[in-house]
Design a protein around this ligand. Structure first.
Ligand code: MEV
Length: 313
C-alpha cells in the first residue's frame, strides 16, 4: 500500500500581518522549520499510532472532506512551534493537503494545495488571509497584493469580498533573528479583535490602511536591499500593530531589547504572544539581548523550498 510523505515550511511575516486579512499588501518568507508528515490508508483514523477522531481537528477534517474521507493513519513531526505566529497550522494544512491529494490521485500543484490549505485555515479560524498557506506551499518568499509589475505572479485567491494576488519575491540576503515569548496565542480571536476595532473605529481603520502603505514602501526597500529603510518600516509596523492591540508586554520587551543591535524589529504573525523578528547584521548580539529578557531566540534561515511530496510504494 502507498505511503505518502509530505513536508512544508513555516514562515515569518516581514510586513503587513492583520492588514492583509482586508486585502492590503503583505510579505512573508518561508523558514527552515518544517512540518513533516506521512499518510497511508488504514482501517481507522490514527494519529501517531493512536486511534483518533480526525473530525476533532478542523484542518484535518476539512482536508479529509475534500478528499474521500476514508480512514488514514497520519504520522506527524513538526519543528514549528504552535500558536507562535510561525505558520504551524498553515504548514500542517499544506503538508496534509499535499499528501491526501497525492493519495487520492489529485493534482499536487502548489497553487491548488495553497488554496485548499487556505480554505482549511479559514474553516478552522473563521477568518484570515491566504498569506501563510501561500508562503508554506511556495516556499522562498511571497508577496500579497504587491504592485502588478513586482515579481512573478503565482496565483490569485478570493474569499467573500476580498481578493489576494500572490506573487513571488526574491529572498533577500539579509539576516533575521526570531525571538519567541513562549506564550501561545490563537490567531482567530486576535484577527477578530482587530476586525471589531477596525469596523467600529475610523482611527483603527486608518491604521490598517497605514500598515498597507508602509508594506508597499517595505517591498521597494526589500527589492533595493535597503536594510536601513526596511528595518525602520518594520519597527513602525510594530508600533501600528501595538496600537491595534495585538502586541503584548513580552513582545514589546523582546523588540525593545533587540533594537540597539538591529535595523528594525516587530512582532510577527497574529501577535498576542508568539514571536518577534529582528532584521540585523549582529545576530549573536540580538540573540543575547532576547535571551537576557527571557525570550528564546534563533537565527533563521530563509530561501527554503515550499511543499514537498513523495510516494513510497
Ligand atoms: C498571519 O500569520 C497572521 C494574520 O495576518 C492572519 C492571516 O493573515 O490569516 C494575523
Amino acid at each position: 500500500m502507498n505511503e505518502i510523505s509530505a513536508s512544508a515550511p513555516g514562515k515569518f511575516v516581514i510586513l503587513g500581518e492583520h492588514a492583509v486579512v482586508y486585502g492590503k499588501p503583505a510579505a512573508a518568507l518561508a523558514i527552515n522549520r518544517r512540518f513533516n508528515l506521512t499518510v497511508r490508508r488504514d482501517s481507522e483514523f490514527r494519529i501517531n499510532n493512536e486511534a483518533a477522531d480526525i473530525t476533532a481537528n478542523p484542518h484535518l477534517r476539512y482536508i479529509s472532506g475534500k478528499n474521500d474521507m476514508l480512514p488514514v493513519s497520519v504520522h506527524m513531526d513538526s519543528k514549528i512551534p504552535t500558536g507562535s505566529g510561525l505558520g504551524s497550522s498553515a504548514a500542517l494544512s499544506v503538508a496534509f493537503s499535499a499528501a491526501m491529494r497525492a493519495l487520492n490521485g489529485r493534482s499536487t500543484d502548489e497553487g491548488e494545495i495553497a488554496k485548499e490549505a487556505f480554505e482549511a485555515e479559514y474553516f478552522s479560524q473563521g477568518r484570515g488571509s491566504p498569506m501563510d498557506t501561500s508562503a508554506s506551499a511556495h516556499g522562498y518568499g511571497v508577496a500579497l497584493n504587491a504592485p502588478e509589475n513586482d515579481g512573478g505572479r503565482l496565483w490569485d485567491i478570493t474569499k467573500n469580498e476580498y481578493a489576494w494576488r500572490v506573487s513571488m519575491i526574491d529572498v533577500p540576503p539579509m539576516t533575521f533573528v526570531i525571538g519567541c515569548t513562549g506564550i501561545k496565542a490563537a490567531t482567530g480571536p486576535l484577527v477578530e479583535r482587530v476586525r471589531k476595532y477596525k469596523d467600529s473605529n475610523r482611527f483603527a481603520s486608518d491604521i490598517v490602511d497605514e500598515i498597507g502603505q508602509i508594506t508597499l514602501d517595505g517591498m521597494t526597500a526589500l527589492r533595493k536591499n535597503d536594510v536601513t529603510v526596511l528595518g525602520d518600516l518594520m519597527t513602525k509596523d510594530h508600533k501600528l500593530l501595538s496600537i491595534l492591540g495585538v502586541s503584548s508586554k513580552e513582545l514589546n520587551k523582546l523588540v525593545g531589547a533587540s533594537l540597539p543591535y538591529a535595523y528594525g524589529a516587530k512582532l510577527t504573525g497574529a501577535g498576542g504572544g508568539g514571536c518577534m523578528v529582528a532584521l540585523t547584521d549582529q545576530p549573536e548580539k540580538v540573540c543575547e539581548a532576547i535571551s537576557s529578557r527571557g525570550g528564546s531566540p534563533f537565527i533563521v534561515k530563509t530561501g527554503v523550498e515550499g511543499v514537498r511530496v513523495s510516494v513510497k510504494t
